[in-house]
Design a protein around this ligand. Structure first.
Ligand SMILES: [Zn+2]
Ligand SMILES: [Zn+2]
Length: 119
């Protein structure tokens, strides 16, 4: 399945050859999944501020978050922060700030580490 908007992705859960997640369990957990023998493919949206991906709710009536500065989709959490602060801190700005401060992610521990010689 292809989506017209390039910022959209998709989540594919393939349980065509596995027991899958029973419908009752998925409902109890509040998640979408595929039962035994089925596949589920749903569109996702990429937040330009936090870099997270959200499953797109096709029944949503409220306007989705949008940043006027980077002119991109932002998730609800980032939309609240943007609404309060009016500051756009998109993905690439976060990376630039981290690099400027000598911070990177240790691939082994997934923790932020300083690389400016202070550790
Ligand atoms: Zn976000
Ligand atoms: Zn922005």
């Amino acid at each position: 399945m292809r989506y017209a908007n390039s910022k959209e992705g998709y989540l594919l859960i393939d349980h065509s050859a596995s027991p899958g997640v029973p419908v009752e369990m998925a409902q109890l957990l509040g998640v979408q999944s595929a039962p035994e023998g089925k596949t589920l493919e749903v569109p996702t949206l990429h937040c330009n501020h936090c870099g997270g991906n959200q499953i797109k709710n096709p029944d949503r009536l409220r306007a989705r978050g949008h940043c006027n500065q980077c002119d991109e989709y932002i998730c609800d959490s980032c939309a609240v922060t943007y609404h309060v602060t009016g500051v756009c801190i998109c993905d690439h700005k976060r990376i630039d700030i981290a690099v400027d401060h000598g911070i990177c992610i240790d691939p082994a521990s997934q923790l932020s580490i300083l690389t400016n010689g202070s550790n």
